[in-house]
Design a protein around this ligand. Structure first.
Ligand code: DGT
Ligand code: CA
Ligand code: CA
Ligand code: ZN
Length: 577
């Protein structure tokens, strides 16, 4: 295990002990060990090797051995027993926002709540609201948490879905009976979350393909096994449909099952207006002799038959794409290959896993011209955020690294500065103005009213050092709802102050949501696709961010980090002047 995983494990132990109502001192020992690892700057392996782990502040005697064992991936029977001894219903309840171990323990002791079903019950009967420390408002929050959890469990992050889908698609394409295969549905439209996978294959010999599909080792349940359609479920809960059609129907089936439903409805009426009838089976012209079915090689030809330019799957949401296609107004969509660098990334100075040098090397290996580093600021103490002195030290380090010419990739010194509750920034103006750029983000006080949150953000946007807004709504897809903000006001304030709105590319964020981008970019808002990388492999998340930009109809010009280095420099200089 690495440092981050061990720290998470210590946190898990503390929580489990709390659920069991163990000695508070013991619980605190694990909590302080967890924090000590997050803020640890020395190499953990070296500390263990030199037997100096016990000298680290916050790591007590009892923990050193357990940390060393976890580091070597050794067995920890104590943890296995602990996990075994806590009822699974109690652990599940931890997913519900507003419910920590302490409250869960109280619900269990006082009302015998040992499952989410029982929790919902005591919330609706009013019993929960009677408990000390609960009240009507917190019970309301729990009820909406239970509802969200149900909705969340039905969907999957696009990123996870594509990781499941990729080998299946390759497997299908490798089968001798398969002429063509494609994934369809929301996965192909690059929706941020996916309900189920949809595969379409072309073949005249479907049976062996279906046998292969339902027999894949990852399949945990077969819910349908037919000649034209089969459905399976994987361990993760994700389900997949495979439809097999004769080769001459492939394009129509692919288009139909890519959807969306609204796009399909609009396409069908477009077809009707051109004298065709469009369905998943084909495009037919109705005449006296019967039906004439068009035969076409690809989707592009399908659109062409309807006098339309090809509409990329990302845009097929029934949001005016057909009209734009007809009038030649579809955007030239940004691509991952257009990116020349990224700006929101963490190093091991805060809660990242890699050094400045390692991050820069990785960025350079991706062919990027520049890399922006933006570690956390001090208010994010749980992430070992930097104070003014450490920020200035990092600026020095970056500027001397740039001066050595060790890397072709230019490093920009930035920060992800916390926006405090009142909208002021977490670092002194004198320090902020020494940075190349400043990303401002909310990491606390999430439950302000829409008005308060909007004013808070606008105040931060108006700060003269602010360059970009980080993850505007703080949402964590399928985990945490966005906080309330007035998009129009925040977008207008950003444009007025020349501030860039990040597209946080982390697959769990994709924030600001693509649904707001078309209008915002038309008004002149710029974005930056920021992977929020916490290690070198986090850079790959730009793909998810680019998907979201494409769904927001963005062209490369609206995406700041497609700009070349000298133009970026000019932008920063102008902002500082
Ligand atoms: P998901 O799975 O919830 O993330 O979303 P999709 O879009 O993948 O939806 P899914 O799997 O139910 O169906 C795949 C596509 O099939 C959908 O995008 C459009 C098409 N489709 C499914 N049901 C209907 C329907 O009732 N009417 C029309 N026009 N198209 C449909
Ligand atoms: Ca689907
Ligand atoms: Ca489906
Ligand atoms: Zn952040």
């Amino acid at each position: 295990m690495d440092k981050g995983e061990i720290s998470d494990t210590l946190g898990e132990i503390a929580t489990l002990l709390e659920l069991k109502g163990e000695n508070p001192f013991k619980i605190r020992a694990y909590q302080s060990g967890q924090l000590a690892l997050v803020t640890l700057e020395e190499d953990l392996g070296t500390l263990i090797e030199e037997d100096r782990l016990g000298d680290v502040k916050g790591i007590g005697k009892a923990l050193t051995e357990k940390i060393a064992t976890l580091f070597k991936d050794g067995p920890l029977p104590f943890l296995d027993d602990l996990r075994e001894s806590v009822e699974s219903g109690l652990v599940e309840m931890l997913d519900i926002p507003g419910l920590g171990a302490k409250k869960i323990k109280k619900l269990y002791d006082e009302l015998g709540v040992d499952s989410i079903d029982r929790l919902a019950q005591v919330c609706s009967t009013g019993e929960a609201a009677q408990l000390p420390g609960f009240g009507a408002k917190s019970v309301e929050k729990i009820i909406s948490g239970i509802k969200n959890r149900e909705a969340y469990s039905k969907r999957h992050l696009w990123w996870d879905a594509q990781e499941t889908a990729r080998p299946i698609l390759n497997g299908l394409r490798d089968l001798p009976q398969v002429v063509l295969a494609e994934s369809a549905g929301s996965l192909r439209r690059k929706m941020e979350t996916v309900g189920d996978l949809d595969f379409i294959a072309a073949s005249d010999d479907p049976e062996p393909i279906m046998d292969w599909f339902v027999g894949m080792p990852e399949v945990s349940e077969v819910s349908g096994h037919g000649k034209t359609k089969s459905s399976v479920r994987f361990e993760s809960g994700l389900q997949a449909d495979l439809r097999i059609v004769p080769p001459d129907q492939f394009v129509f089936a692919l288009h139909h099952f890519t959807g969306s439903k609204d796009h399909n409805i609009a396409m069908r009426s477009r077809a009707l207006s051109k004298g065709f009838s469009l369905s998943e089976w084909g495009l037919r012209t109705e005449n006296k002799e019967g039906m004439a079915v068009e035969s076409i090689p690809d989707e592009k030809s399908l659109f062409k038959l309807l006098d339309l330019n090809f509409i990329p799957p990302e845009l097929r949401e029934g949001l005016g794409e057909i009209e734009a296609s007809e009038s030649g107004d579809l955007p030239k969509l940004v691509k991952t290959g257009d990116l020349k660098g990224v700006f929101h990334n963490h190093t091991h100075a805060s809660d990242g896993a890699n050094s400045i040098e390692e991050m820069t090397q990785a960025a350079q290996d991706l062919g990027w011209e520049y890399l922006g580093l933006a570690d956390h600021s001090k208010a994010s103490f749980q992430a070992n955020g930097l104070d003014e002195a450490r920020v200035e030290e990092q600026i020095e380090k970056i500027s001397s690294l740039n001066a050595t010419g060790a890397f072709d990739c230019h490093i920009f010194a930035g920060i992800e500065c916390d926006i405090l509750k009142d909208g002021s920034l977490d670092l002194a103006d004198g320090t902020l103005s020494k940075l190349d750029y400043v990303v401002v983000s909310v990491h606390s006080s999430f439950s302000l009213s829409e008005d308060e949150m909007t004013q808070r953000l606008i105040k931060a946007i108006e700060h003269p050092s602010t360059t970009m807004v980080g993850h505007l709504t703080g949402r964590l897809l399928l985990r945490r709802e966005p906080y309330l903000v007035n998009f129009e006001k925040v977008i207008d304030a950003s444009i007025a102050n020349g501030v860039i709105m990040e597209m946080n590319a982390h697959p769990r964020r994709l924030d600001m949501d693509w649904r707001h981008w078309r209008l915002a970019a038309d008004k002149g808002l710029l974005t930056s696709v920021n992977p929020d990388a916490h290690n070198v492999s986090g850079f790959r998340y730009v793909e998810a961010g680019i998907n979201a930009c494409r769904k927001g109809w963005l062209n490369p010009e609206s995406v700041f980090n497609t700009w070349p280095l000298d133009r970026v420099n000019l932008f920063f200089e102008k902002k500082k002047a």
